[in-house]
Write a protein that binds this ligand. Sequence first.
Ligand SMILES: [Zn+2]
Length: 256
Amino acid sequence: MSLRILCLHAHPDDAEILAGGTLALLAERGHRVAIASMTAGDCGSDSHRPEEISDIRRTEAAKAAALIGAEYHCLGFHDLVIFNDDSSRRRVTAALRKHRPDIILTASPLDYHCDHEATSLLVRDACFACSAPNYGTAAFGPGPSLPRIPHLYFVDPIEGVDRDGRPQTPHFVVNVGAMMEMKKRMLASHESQRAWLQRQHGIDDYIVQMTEWTRNRGALAGLEFGEGFRHYTGHPWPSEPVLEEALGAEVVRTKA
Ligand SMILES: [Zn+2]
């Protein structure tokens, strides 16, 4: 059965860094994958104005998604302006009703960046709201409510730790060794970020850094390269292991 899978993270390039290999595997298996970011990354530059860098980054993100036959969407939030409030929850809910995912992958609830943490909360609660018919979104041409809450998974935080450096252990790690070249190509589409990450984050080469992070996650499960996920199964979110089943032998459970 072909599943609809939406990876909705905060900024363009987060999905590629943290789940690019898994998304490539799922696309290769015939599932319908979409990548979305809350913002267009309007603060990710010191040489372009916000509108300019947003246009550049939307194009880069669409290019990265297209490499695996995925669509790309931006929800139109702004960097550092993602808050867990009424209008934002309605906006994310409208996006879920439009894309109608069976599985949604989103940011870790604990991560280094406020936008990542706010995205995680908004998506978690929009998963509940999108299946409640009486919850309105004020969207133009709103999609109908979903028949049930989508399956929700959190990707790893950046470097696998919270902001105090405490390890966040995934429930399982996906073997993405066969997809590392594709993952690198996807991330390389985000060319505008090379100089920015060097200036703001002190990262010399973002492809090398991503490769190192992916190697470290793989090591948790005895793999060369891996991406970790946590399955959110709080009441009444669905608990069937649909993502794990879709990935089959590539999934290695950890002791979390
Ligand atoms: Zn980010």
